[in-house]
Design a protein around this ligand. Sequence first.
Ligand SMILES: [Zn+2]
Length: 130
Amino acid sequence: MAISLTERRQIENEMIFRRINEKVGADLDTLDAMHIEDGNRHLVRDDDIELHFQCECSDENCNARIPIKLSIYKQIHINRDSFIVKLKHQVKSIEDVVLSEANYSVVKKKHSTPEPNDILKVTTIDNSMH
Ligand SMILES: [Zn+2]
């Protein structure tokens, strides 16, 4: 099913927000690896620290923060179609809420689009619809 440019843009915004959040997690992992390497295992953080992640909704101007434990954040994003947004920040036309917690919702994309970085690469076009 084709999606509009607006919808595609919205999905891309979410992916960009998610990438920022994942970089935070990855940087912390790098820091831990350094501590282990230096023999400072006691400096390794508890994986369940609560971080204030950027809301991953489709509004590029949204700067809401969602306090969520890193371990939970990682678990949700094992599914690459899932994004964490503040309550009511979901956009019906592009996503469905699959889980609602006290201060955030997990939404699942109705359409999958390539991650923004992959757009310039050659993609396989499905011609079965034509
Ligand atoms: Zn938002």
